[in-house]
Write a protein that binds this ligand. Structure first.
Ligand code: GFB
Length: 327
């Protein structure tokens, strides 16, 4: 498996998930719940374990749970996640929790003979100054973005762990790197969330309170790519069925917008008429983050949800769940 190149990766590997017992970790989070929704359309059996049943940071608990429940496939969607402020505020949680979760789940999967494992990372694994769009081989080619290096280091370790189990033990463990995500089940915390949830909530509350101005963090100039989480879940199903290779695979739209443009789109979707002001005391993070998605496109998968349409559905979901979100 070492030394695979793009051509060998693009071959069609088929793994039949029908009838398989699939453990989706992190099933209550935005990504895990989307993966559960997507896999419910397949004829497989989905197993999950709530936080009160299983603490993924405890190795013995994880190994006992896997030995007792015997999944054949594992999707590692569980992670401590958050936006630029949360990353800076909780470095231990982003590094230690994520290292512990991935090490425990991946090792337990190896020990119990899991047939296929998909590990999910993030586009922040790439160097801050990586050429844009960022191809898979930009990994470890330069220094990381300081605002999220704790999370990035943990996710890079997860990719390497999957590669190590492939090389040493022949395990079919693969990794996917999604870009910035939004969608149902997002975390709408006012300060710890990512920009889509933060702005959707802030602008909705501005509309309710008839405010004339709302702050957007940073200069508005950074560029980001936004993928609907249901598209990511579809890519996960696709990769489980048709990919086996050592390289991680980028998952995104391949298109980016400035934060100012994104904020304006959210403003239109919410229908708030006020003015956006930029709080430059807040960090911008990396100047640009857009993935090169040509490897996944060559395999036959593309994102389906245009940003405007995705944002409209996102706002509907927010309104339907607002009581729960505000608790
Ligand atoms: O979503 P976000 O925190 O993710 O911020 P990153 C994206 C951009 O939006 C930054 C700006 O330039 C922020 O300054 N922004 C504007 C805001 N207003 C807000 C706001 O109210 N809240 C937030 N959060 N941002 C994350 C990493 O970086 O990307 C994670 O920290 C992860 O580890 C994730 O990798 C995908 O793209 O900057």
């Amino acid at each position: 498996m070492a030394g695979e190149n793009v051509l060998s990766i693009a071959r069609s590997v088929t793994y039949d998930i029908s009838g398989k017992r699939i453990w989706v970790t992190g099933h209550r989070g935005m990504v895990g719940s989307a993966v559960v929704r997507r896999l419910s359309r397949e004829s497989c059996e989905i197993v999950t374990a709530g936080r009160t049943t299983l603490d993924l940071r405890r190795q013995a608990e994880v190994e006992a749970w896997v030995a007792a429940n015997r999944p054949q496939v594992v999707v590692v969607a569980a992670a401590k996640v958050g936006g630029i402020h949360a990353n800076a505020t909780y470095p231990v949680d982003f590094l230690y929790d994520n290292l512990a979760i991935e090490a425990n789940v991946i090792h337990a999967a190896f020990k119990s003979g899991v047939e296929k494992l998909l590990f999910l990372g993030s586009s922040c694994i790439y160097p801050r100054e990586a050429p844009q769009p960022m191809a898979e081989d930009a990994l470890l080619s330069g220094p990381l973005e300081p605002t999220n290096e704790w999370y990035a280091v943990a996710k890079i370790a997860g990719i390497k762990l999957c590669q190590a189990y492939r090389r040493q033990h022949g395990c079919d463990f693969i990794s996917a790197m999604p870009t910035n995500l939004y969608g149902p089940g997002d975390n709408f915390h006012p300060t710890d969330s990512h920009v889509p949830a933060a702005l959707l909530r802030r602008l909705h509350e501005a509309k309710e309170a008839a405010l004339s101005e709302v702050a957007v963090w940073g200069s508005g100039q950074p560029r980001r790519e936004f993928l609907h989480v249901d598209d990511l879940a579809d890519a996960c199903a696709f990769l489980l069925k048709s990919y086996s290779g050592e390289s991680h695979v980028n998952v995104g739209t391949g298109e980016d917008v400035t934060i100012a443009d994104f904020a304006e789109r959210v403003r239109r979707v919410v229908g708030w008429e006020g003015r956006l002001v930029y709080d430059t005391a807040r960090p911008d993070g990396p100047p640009r983050k857009v993935l090169d998605v040509s490897r996944l496109a060559a395999m036959g998968w593309r994102a389906a949800t245009p940003l405007e349409e995705g944002l409209r559905g996102y706002y509907r979901w927010f309104l339907d769940n607002i009581d729960h979100i505000r608790q």
